[in-house]
Design a protein around this ligand. Structure first.
Ligand SMILES: [Zn+2]
Length: 221
């Protein structure tokens, strides 16, 4: 071998090595690009799946909310119908009134320390009516209550009418809803003419709020 041959051989080997390195670099670049592309596809697929799941959940939530709203609306309507039907069997205790004192109001004026009934301020002589069918179980003068009538309903609830100017029923008498039982007055412990109404379920000593009771029977007070 000549020196020239040796030089040529070294040059060929260098060229071959360079070509191999170049091929390797190219292959690594291809692999990196393919990996990046695959990752981009996977990310896009995940995003699409997430969006679909979110849309499905939103549709489900919306349907559930609409169903709940419809159920609440139906229940409200049924309750209003029930009260309207019930109200036909009940009557307000008087007319042409303004509510002047509500149940539970505190005050030194009342012997118990609080107001035990609901006051309907109305002119003396205004008619008092049976709020429901029942029996008169008491009628007469009762100290601070003045002239007082007690109407006992079939379920045992006592309705007390106080401060009357006159009583037009007697004990043992049966009355129907709306029947006149007496007139508004200012007898007993009062500062002006009004009906003081009390409601005693089962004849209990302490009464309940007459306003809530009347409203529970469907009446607008
Ligand atoms: Zn009162």
């Amino acid at each position: 071998m000549t020196d020239a041959d040796t030089e040529q051989g070294a040059a060929d080997a260098g060229e071959a090595l360079r070509a191999r390195i170049m091929a390797q670099v190219e292959q690594q670049q291809d692999q990196a690009e393919a990996k990046a592309a695959a990752e981009a596809v996977a990310a896009a697929e995940k995003q699409a799946a997430d969006a679909a799941a979110k849309a499905e959940q939103e549709a489900k939530d919306k349907a559930a909310a609409a169903k709940k709203e419809a159920a609440e609306e139906a229940a409200k309507k049924a309750e209003a119908e029930r009260l309207a039907e019930l109200a036909k069997q009940y009557a307000l205790p008087t007319s042409s009134y303004t509510l002047s004192s509500t149940f539970g109001q505190a005050g030194a004026y009342w012997s118990s320390g609080y107001h035990t009934g609901l006051d309907f301020a109305a002119p003396t002589g205004t008619l008092l009516k049976a709020v429901h069918t029942g029996t008169i179980t008491s009628a007469g003068y009762d100290g601070s209550y003045g002239y007082k009538t007690v109407l006992t309903l079939d379920d045992g609830t006592e309705i007390w009418y106080a401060h009357q100017s006159s009583i037009s029923v007697s004990v043992g008498q049966q009355v129907n809803t709306g029947d006149v039982i007496g007139r508004v007055g200012a007898t007993g412990n009062v500062t002006g003419a009004h009906l003081h109404l009390e409601v005693h379920p089962g004849g209990s000593t302490s009464g309940i709020d007459p306003l809530a009771w009347l409203q529970s029977m469907g009446l607008s007070v």
